[in-house]
Design a protein around this ligand. Sequence first.
Ligand code: GCU
Length: 424
Amino acid sequence: MLLPMLLLAAIPPTISDEAKVPPYTLPDPLVCADGRKVTDAKMWNEVRRPEVFRLVEENMFGRTPDTRKLQAAAVTEMREQGKDALGGKATRTQFKVWPIGKKGPSFDLLLYTPNAAKSPVPVFVGLSFGGNYTTIEDPAVFLPSTWVSKQWALNDGSNRADPKLRGGQSRRWEIEYLIDRGYAVATAYYGDFEADFPEGWKEGFRAAISPAGVNTQWKDGEWAAIGCWAWGMSRMLDVLETVPAVDAQRAIAHGHSRLGKAGLWAGAQDQRFAFVISNDSGCGGAALNKRIFGETVGVISGYYKGRGFPHWFTARFATFSEREEFMPLDSHYLLALVAPRPLYVASAKEDSWADPVGEFLGAVHADPVYHVMGLPGLGTKEYPPLSKSVGTTVGYHVRPGVHDILLEDWKNYADFADRVLAKK
Ligand code: GCU
């Protein structure tokens, strides 16, 4: 009995008490590798941003391959369209997309556009955990044919989508609300890009894009699952750019939890996204890593055998397990890559695993980058009261309740988007 207990004790206890957070210091995103301090937007864009970008790439998500040549073979087919979706309020369009040509894998893109719109509208772009058909109670939406996790699968061990779970995540999507607010909503299933388990890359785009790559997540600097999902969001945007009802110059990258991490990385890499939202993205997303609270680098990166998600990050990330002080960056570097574009970080009070205060502090420490560009950013270091949305170019709120994405979150995102994406 003693031995297994000793082995288990190797994982340090999770800290969820503010008083127990060990002291930490953060690197300054505005200090260049040669010691110079960034003084203006030009210097950020030309000197420091590429350095910060490389740090995030090398230490967290790995390098996304340049797929432009492969994309020359891309094929997009419209599979279905219904002009009277949501009781006549919206048009539903479903595309099947082969972003690297028909020899490669495909993904399904589901789009709702408001019928009342007189001109192209901004679009929310995000991935789902269960497939397009789970995001809305709409019998016309296709089921994914790729791997789904147990929660969404038939009870036969097959990892195939269960038709009974149609609309099972609609509470998290609020598509009708967003349509009423004048936004389009585009979604795709993350598993169409890569199945979410350590061997999942073999069937997905990572293997198709880098066929020479073997178990790529273990090669230092190579992209991993989060990188692949983020790449997928850019491929969604490629299609949206061709849709007349959508204003793709006002595309909003968003995501919840692990998909919030992917959304941040998509927004950091693809500057066509005009606004980036992180909902409860936690460790590996908006939350500071050097602040030990809730989930840690060691736990998430698979450093402790049998725990975590080693396939999400590039190999180097795990090397900072229990030695976060050696990380040459923190989450504020990832967030700062969104600047000067608007950014919104949101937390839930009871979501201590994702470290709400650490998510807020990530935004606070990204703020100097907005300021050096002459933007108001978040503009506060004070943790806001529950349900109060703060900030100007960088927004933040913490709502009551647990790890989730709810109407209160969407209301804040739409309010913020109304302001930051308004046509001048
Ligand atoms: C796990 C994981 C988190 C992640 C979350 C999710 O809890 O530890 O890092 O954000 O799953 O994606 O729901």
